[in-house]
Write a protein that binds this ligand. Structure first.
Ligand code: ADP
Ligand code: MG
Length: 572
């Protein structure tokens, strides 16, 4: 029996559907992109499962997506022979679990209907975008391993509820049947639909098929039946030659693999031949994913082996500090049955990873050089992640260091836009070190008494205030042959710079002055040292302060104070 049940949508989904139904949409056609993208994913999943269980593929091995129009019924149907869904999957995927797009969308919602409906166009929000153009959506789906009569029909008019019941489907796969709204009948126009498909689905490796027109004689009698036509290019984008791929195609492909609604910032497409053979297509996003800072967040690249989709989120191909990179690797050297465990220690992976890491760093370097404004925006979004790099990836330390940006006394602004190379260019004569101060906030750093003397002497100091900065600096001790040192550490060598310019007499005079001062204040510093016995190891006179009466400095070998705070907050 059909066991029909009626279920309510999850609250977030309900909220979203309400907007779909009641708002105006700037970009209605994106529903087709979303549904084709889902079909493509479903076919990828089938291909993968069939590697172990060839019976899932059976004789139905011409994988494709079919789009059909029924003008009389007023329906547009998107069908695929992919993995399909069983009853539980239908209930979970199409009603209960808000996908990542939905969550992002809800986070970005302003409450203003006009601008929120514009957001839908950008986001896509997956399957639910069907309701932009349809009053009613029916899904008929049969999982590849389910019996003919265990297919499932899902039905909803987006009024808060949906129904599921068993039905029959002669073969595996999914039909999404859209009963178009009265004012959306333009999507019954075959020419229009074809146009949209070429726009959004050229990069998909699967053919998207529509029925052509039958040939008619003068009396309108059919002389040749309508034939299937493949509408898209239907070759995996990355296998095509770079010169044949348009910017728009790369951008669409990015949206498809990343599930991002925004365009990528830049990309790098590489075909590698020789000892290893693989293709990589790597993208830098514009926006941070909502889970960039969640430890358990999925990241990594989509892995294909000889064009067969193997897995999402293969994190072995990218170091953690590049976890925002999206894209694909298609290898000819890995076995088709490669597992996550196998990826853990494989020479092939190591070498793809290290080459791809270099590609990404080069891509950033190029961006910084050629499009400094874009690079700055990129840095503002992902800089904190990149700062994990020098600790994680010793081998590429110098490359990563060149990409870092800092706030500095030179600009006086909180924005991090000074490269170490800029700093070095501005170094004073005789200065051989890069100086920085780290504090809890930018204001604290730029007002730190430690840098008074530097300011006075016109020596630039990098102002660090991100929590990760001290950790970063503990792994970044030099750049381009210049030592990087904290101003808070030990005795300063500023004097040395001056001394080099001074005559012996001047030096002797200064030394004498210093000594006299020390003697004068000896009893005071001795008393203070005693008084602060438990707080400080020594109280001494300093040449470093110009405005403040006193400051705390760390020993040459001890942790700096911000590091101490960090350790304390971590419970050490
Ligand atoms: P997303 O694609 O981001 O996961 P969607 O809302 O587009 O979100 O789809 C939700 C889920 O529904 C998919 O993850 C998939 O599990 C399932 N699904 C959607 N369309 C199909 C389909 N044609 N075949 C099989 N499963 C599908
Ligand atoms: Mg989707």
């Amino acid at each position: 029996e059909a066991q029909k049940e009626t279920l309510g949508f999850q609250a977030e989904v309900k909220q979203l559907l309400h907007l779909m139904v009641h708002s105006l949409y700037s970009n209605r056609e994106i529903f087709l992109r979303e549904l084709i993208s889902n079909s493509s994913d479903a076919v990828d999943k089938l291909r993968f499962e069939a590697l172990e269980k060839p019976e899932l593929m059976g004789s139905d091995s011409e994988l494709n997506i079919r789009v059909s129009i029924d003008s009389e019924a007023g329906t547009l149907t998107i069908s695929d022979n992919g993995i399909g869904m069983d009853r539980d999957e239908v209930i979970n995927n199409l009603g209960t679990i808000a996908n990542s797009g939905t969550r992002k969308f809800l986070e970005n919602m302003t409450g203003d209907q006009a601008s929120d409906s514009g957001l839908i166009g950008q986001f896509g929000v997956g399957f639910y975008s069907s309701f932009i153009v349809a009053d009613e959506v029916k899904v008929i789906t049969r999982r590849a391993d389910a019996a003919e009569d265990q297919a499932v029909m899902w039905d909803s008019t987006a009024d808060g509820e949906f129904t599921v019941e068993y039905t029959t489907r002669s073969s595996r796969g999914t039909d999404i049947i859209l009963l178009l709204k009265d004012d959306q009948k333009e999507f019954l126009d075959s020419w229009k639909v074809r146009q949209i498909i070429s726009k959004y689905a050229d990069h998909i490796s699967l053919p998207v098929i529509m029925k052509g027109e039958p040939e008619l004689d003068e009396e309108g009698k059919e002389t040749k039946p309508a034939e299937d036509e493949v509408i898209n290019k239907a070759t995996a984008l990355w296998t095509r030659s770079k010169s044949d791929i348009s910017e728009d195609e790369y951008k669409e492909f990015y949206k498809h693999v990343s599930h991002d609604f925004d365009e990528p910032l830049t990309w790098s497409h590489n075909k590698v031949e020789g000892k290893l053979e693989y293709t990589s297509l790597l993208f830098l996003p514009k926006r941070a994913p909502f889970d960039l800072w969640q430890r358990e967040a999925k990241h990594g690249l989509k892995l294909f082996v000889q064009r067969v989709f193997i897995m999402d989120d293969a994190e072995q191909f990218m170091p953690t500090y590049l976890r925002f990179v999206r894209g694909i690797i298609d290898s000819n050297d890995l076995p088709l049955n490669v597992s996550r465990e196998l990826l853990q220690d494989s020479k092939v992976i190591d070498s793809i990873r290290s080459a791809s890491t270099k590609k990404v760093l080069d891509m950033m370097k190029k961006l910084a050089k050629n499009q400094p404004e874009e690079y700055q925006a990129f840095w503002d979004t992902f800089g904190k992640v990149l700062k994990e790099g020098p600790a994680e990836d010793m081998g590429n330390k110098e490359k990563i260091a060149a990409l870092l940006r800092f706030a500095s006394t030179e600009t006086g602004e909180a924005v991090q836009n000074v490269a170490l190379a800029n700093y070095i260019e501005r170094m004073k004569e005789g200065q051989d070190k890069i100086y920085y101060v780290a504090a809890e906030s930018h204001a604290a750093a730029s007002n730190s008494p430690h840098i008074e003397i530097f300011k006075k002497k016109g020596i630039e100091v990098l102002l660090l205030s991100d929590p990760i900065d001290e950790w970063l600096m503990s792994h970044l001790t030099d750049f381009d042959g210049k030592e990087i040192v904290s101003v808070a550490r030990g005795a300063l060598d500023l004097d040395k710079m001056e001394e080099e310019k001074q005559t012996d007499e001047q030096k002797a005079e200064k030394e004498a002055g210093k000594k006299a001062k020390q003697e004068k204040f000896e009893s005071l510093t001795a008393q203070l040292t005693k008084l602060l016995e438990n707080e400080a190891s020594e109280v001494r006179l300093s040449e470093r302060l110009t405005d403040s009466p006193a400051c705390l400095v760390a020993d040459e070998n001890s942790m700096t104070s911000q590091m101490e705070r960090l350790m304390r907050s971590a419970g050490q």
